[in-house]
Design a protein around this ligand. Structure first.
Ligand code: HEC
Length: 153
């Protein structure tokens, strides 16, 4: 009897870990009609992610402006506004819905903006800064090609 209980507890434990692992890897997703992976979120979570996205677009615009006119202060401020510090405020409920692959694309993006700020600070040439920015935009493109958001309820 004791043995049975132990096996039952162990089985439950394995199932729980497997389920947690599955959620960690896949988040809360479905196949979208356009072939991308739809991340299933609440309307509020969708608004939150999209407002973050618009902030990224503003930062890319301001960095481009700063690089073009060699205004390092502008590059640094804009890049920092979307750096790692901006990546840590997402709510745990949203984080659980995001698939691992999405997070693996999002984190290097934020880190890359910190790198741009550091490089601008260190006096890197504007053409090298421009190359970094293009590399960052490749990340925007890759994620947009793979994922979309679907608001539920
Ligand atoms: C880790 C994934 C990911 C990365 C990286 C990413 N995005 Fe997005 N972005 C999304 C998703 C998902 C959507 C929603 C697309 C949809 O539902 O069709 C989106 C939507 C947007 C939107 C639309 C906002 C709105 O209000 O409708 C803009 C603008 C945007 N992204 C800009 C950017 C820019 C600029 C970058 C790069 C600097 C970037 N994104 C990088 C995932 C990403």
């Amino acid at each position: 009897m004791k043995n049975r209980l132990a096996v039952g507890a162990l089985a439950l434990w394995v199932v729980t870990i497997a389920a947690a692992g599955f959620v960690f890897l896949h988040g809360d997703t479905a196949k979208a009609p356009d072939g991308r992976t739809a991340i299933l979120v609440s309307p509020g979570q969708r608004d939150y992610v999209l407002s973050e996205m618009r902030a990224l677009l503003v930062a890319v615009r301001d960095i481009t402006d700063g690089v073009l006119h060699d205004d390092r202060g502008k590059v640094i401020a804009a890049a920092h506004s979307v750096g790692m510090a901006a990546a840590h405020d997402a709510a745990p409920a949203l984080m659980a819905k995001l698939p691992l692959e999405f997070k693996r694309m999002a984190l290097p993006l934020h880190k890359g903006f910190d790198d741009i700020a550091a490089a601008a600070q260190a006096g890197e040439s504007t053409s090298a800064l421009g190359d970094r920015l293009i590399g960052q935009m490749d990340r925007c493109i890759a994620c947009h090609a793979a994922f979309r958001l679907r608001a539920e309820r």
